[in-house]
Design a protein around this ligand. Structure first.
Ligand code: 2AM
Length: 187
């Protein structure tokens, strides 16, 4: 089996800025710089022979490059305890469109549908039970005005994820370029 997800890799400058926000929260495991990404669609464990079908289906996804802005902070919680903090994404119809196209390509490749609503975010840290909700709230408040310069999305990536003791290792298996529609053939 192989654990897969589609995502956007982030430019080094943006990852640097996100990493610089880290630290100072008890019970937090900060995502290492190399692992920072935006998940477009979590696929999960699939049998290895399915990999090629998935890659072929994704290669048929057509979308033009677009700009994306990381701004704001948020968190997810379970039973009223924070489980993670994330950097937000400015509303982007182009990103939602890319997500929809990826979703239908994956369905064509036989991947089961995703129940969860797409909520674009960049996970910065995950918390264990010792995290203090007040400290997390303070972090969110202190960074609520975070905003990075826009970056150009020119490809999306099929990542594999290996779970290990010190956290997951992601590997970019295939990059799928986004390309502006070709001008119609004049001849
Ligand atoms: P997260 O950052 O919100 O935790 C690789 O594991 C990526 O896929 C992570 O960014 C993670 O999102 C997401 N992911 C992991 N398990 C998932 C699941 N069961 N459902 C949806 N997304 C998941």
């Amino acid at each position: 089996m192989i654990r897969l997800f589609c995502g956007l890799a982030l430019p080094a400058q943006l990852r640097d800025r996100l990493i610089s926000l880290g630290g100072g929260l008890p019970g937090a495991r900060w995502v290492p710089e190399d692992n920072l990404h935006l998940t477009l669609r979590f696929i999960g464990e699939v049998p290895e022979p399915s990999f090629d079908d998935i890659a072929v289906a994704l290669s048929a996804v057509k979308a033009a490059p677009f700009d994306l802005t990381v701004a704001g902070m948020g968190h997810f919680e379970r039973k009223r305890r924070p489980t993670m903090v994330w950097a937000g994404i400015e509303p982007s119809p182009r990103l939602l469109d890319l997500h929809v196209r990826i979703e239908s390509a994956l369905r064509r490749a036989g991947v089961e549908g995703e129940e969860r609503q797409f909520q674009p975010h960049i996970t910065l840290a995950r918390f264990d039970a010792s995290a203090s909700p007040e400290r997390v709230a303070g972090f969110l408040q202190a960074n609520s005005l975070f905003r990075a310069p826009p970056f150009r999305v020119e490809h999306f990536t099929l990542f594999s994820s290996m779970l290990g003791r010190s956290g997951p290792t992601y590997h970019a298996e295939v990059e799928f370029p986004l390309a502006a529609a070709l001008a119609p053939d004049r001849f």
